[in-house]
Ligand binder design. Structure first.
Ligand SMILES: Nc1ncnc2c1ncn2[C@@H]1O[C@H](COP(=O)(O)OP(=O)(O)OP(=O)(O)O)[C@@H](O)[C@H]1O
Ligand SMILES: [Mg+2]
Length: 179
């Protein structure tokens, strides 16, 4: 891992926009470990990932609470799992996570991945979300390769420069590139 960088989110829309930037840079075979307490915004981030992957806006992304894995089709297939709602690594394996990880046209995002150590490959992206106030979250991302890390960092800086947190409105998000 080439290193981490941090991002301050000040609203759910802002976390969505952050996820959308990451989603644009995802490649087939990528996995993401989403870490952070209850309500820190992991599912909100996945909504942004889906948008960045070009999942249609009329396919709402919801927490995989009752259905254990949700799949969304965009530029790549997005597999969304939540290790907290599952019992642990065995449940993920019996759901077929190995096949999902082997899908070269897929991306696997696992909430609470720290509960299932060793299931995701060491090349997984990690995003850690921490409460820093009612609407404020500190996001720490590590990107698996230095080239994409630089590109993601550049896009996040552009997002910040485009008006900062308050410039990221829900109107912008719902139009965006969700087609
Ligand atoms: N800056 C922010 N980023 C993300 N969510 C925020 C932010 N500020 C407030 N929220 C609120 O926090 C909640 C985050 O919920 P979300 O389901 O995304 O969390 P989660 O990490 O997936 O939780 P769980 O561990 O229960 O799955 C939402 O109600 C959202 O509106
Ligand atoms: Mg969640």
């Amino acid at each position: 891992v080439s290193g981490d960088f941090r991002w301050q989110s000040t609203s759910p829309d802002h976390t969505f926009a952050f996820g959308r930037v990451l989603g644009r840079h995802l490649c087939g075979g990528d996995a993401l470990a989403l870490l952070g307490e209850l309500g820190s915004g992991k599912t909100q981030l996945v909504k942004g990932l889906a948008a960045g992957l070009g999942v249609a806006a009329d396919e709402p992304v919801v927490s995989p609470t009752f259905v254990l894995v949700r799949e969304y089709i965009g530029r790549l297939r997005l597999y969304h799992l939540d290790a907290y709602r599952l019992g642990g690594a065995d449940d993920l394996l019996s759901l077929g996570i190995d096949e999902m990880l082997a899908d070269s046209a897929g991306v696997v995002a696992v909430e609470w991945a720290d509960r299932v150590p060793g299931v995701l490959p060491p090349t997984a992206w990690t995003v850690e979300l921490n409460h820093a106030g009612e609407q404020r979250r500190e996001l720490t991302v590590s990107v698996p390769d230095s080239q994409r890390r630089a590109a993601v960092q550049r896009d996040l800086e552009a997002l910040r420069g485009s008006g900062g947190p308050n410039g990221v409105s829900s109107a912008t998000d719902s139009q965006g590139d969700r087609s």
